[in-house]
Design a protein around this ligand. Structure first.
Ligand code: NAD
Length: 329
């Protein structure tokens, strides 16, 4: 089976080649992302394999279907970048990696919280320059604070378990409540009450029509002054212009994001010698209380092992006409 792998980085190829010893698929690696302009590259392939920022919209799927591509294998959990209706219409099957390491993402969310709060990134640079002053490095205790978790699926649950070690109050909002978390002491609230009560808000819900811009001017107006907002889920959960306004008004005290609304042409790339033209991103980078990482929350050895083995097993199940347990429909 011939598979075109899009948005390939060296580590993807290394992991795929290593695990392919058990399968012997014919992989071809493209550095380009998949979109309507690059979809013709899939000519002659049976399947494509894509990641979070490939744009698998109606136009792209139509071209893939014309090339007789029968399978789109996502090597990620979220599928907001895929037009499922069009895929169904053209008989293109979609598989994903539903959970590869919820702990990897949860632990990164915690890293963002601790770094923003205790400013270890600034302290590291200061001390290296011989500056041992503590000025502006004061943080706050997480102990006894209220942490609000939006979305308590696999990652949200792992995040609740991780932060429970701080002996803080954990409140949550989800359209489906989880009894195990209630046993852990997590208190489910309405979204509005969560916004009002939380000192730290961490987003772990998927991006869909109901959650797009769940953080906006209205929700920010309900929050405590100085609130910390953490997003390791999908960029468009936050209305970037509104959060910039919240930062300027000092209402949002800290922002930690691993994902960004317009991340497609920026994240995962080395642009250190380029002019970045995204004014909103530049504005965010100018705030001392904003921390941005480049969609790396998933990036642990354990997660890469799981992503690769599940993706290859999904493709194998398709090839062998087996039930696709990780199909998205
Ligand atoms: P999951 O499906 O296990 O959990 C999602 C949870 O969100 C579910 O409990 C669901 O009921 C809830 N939810 C759905 N709609 C909601 C709404 N309107 N309001 C509140 N909650 C809602 O997914 P997961 O594995 O926990 O992943 C969550 C998200 O994390 C993914 O969709 C993906 O976007 C993101 N993610 C990011 C990275 C990264 O590297 N930054 C890696 C993996 C996943």
């Amino acid at each position: 089976m011939r598979i075109a792998v899009f948005s390939t980085k060296s580590y993807d190829q290394e992991y795929f080649e290593n695990y392919n010893k058990n399968y012997d698929f014919d992989f071809f690696y493209f550095e380009n992302s998949l979109n309507r302009h690059s979809a013709n590259l899939a000519r002659g392939f049976d399947a494509v394999c894509v990641f979070v920022n490939d744009i698998v919209d109606e136009a792209t799927i139509k071209i893939l279907a014309q090339q007789e591509v029968k399978l789109i294998a996502l090597r990620c959990a979220g599928f907001n970048n895929v037009d499922l209706k069009t895929a169904k219409k053209y008989g293109v099957r979609i598989v994903r990696v539903p959970a590869y390491s919820p702990e990897a993402v949860a632990e990164h969310a915690l890293a963002l919280i601790l770094t923003l709060n205790r400013k270890t990134h600034k302290a590291y640079n200061r001390v290296r320059e011989g500056n041992f002053s503590l000025k502006n490095l004061m943080g706050f205790n997480i102990h006894k604070k209220t942490v609000g978790v939006i979305g308590t699926g696999q990652i949200g649950q792992a995040f609740c378990r991780v932060v429970s070690g701080f002996d803080c109050e954990i409140v949550a909002y989800d359209i489906q409540q989880n009894d195990q978390l209630k046993d852990l002491g997590v208190r489910y609230l309405s979204l509005e009450a969560l916004f009002k009560e939380s000192d730290i808000i961490s987003l772990h819900c998927p991006l869909n029509q109901y959650t797009r811009h769940i953080i906006n001017a209205d929700s920010i107006s309900l929050m405590k002054s100085g609130v910390m907002i953490i997003n390791t889920s999908r960029g468009a959960l936050i209305n970037t212009a509104d959060v910039i306004e919240g930062l300027k008004l000092r209402k949002v005290g800290y922002l930690g994001i691993d994902v960004y609304e317009q991340e497609e042409n920026v994240f995962f790339e080395d642009l250190s010698e380029s002019i970045i033209e995204d004014d909103m991103l530049l504005k965010l980078l100018s705030f001392p209380n904003v921390l941005i990482t480049s969609h790396q929350a998933f990036f642990t050895k354990e997660a890469m092992d799981e992503i690769t083995t599940t993706t290859l097993s999904n493709i194998s199940a398709f090839q062998n006409n087996e039930v696709l347990i990780n199909e998205v429909s």
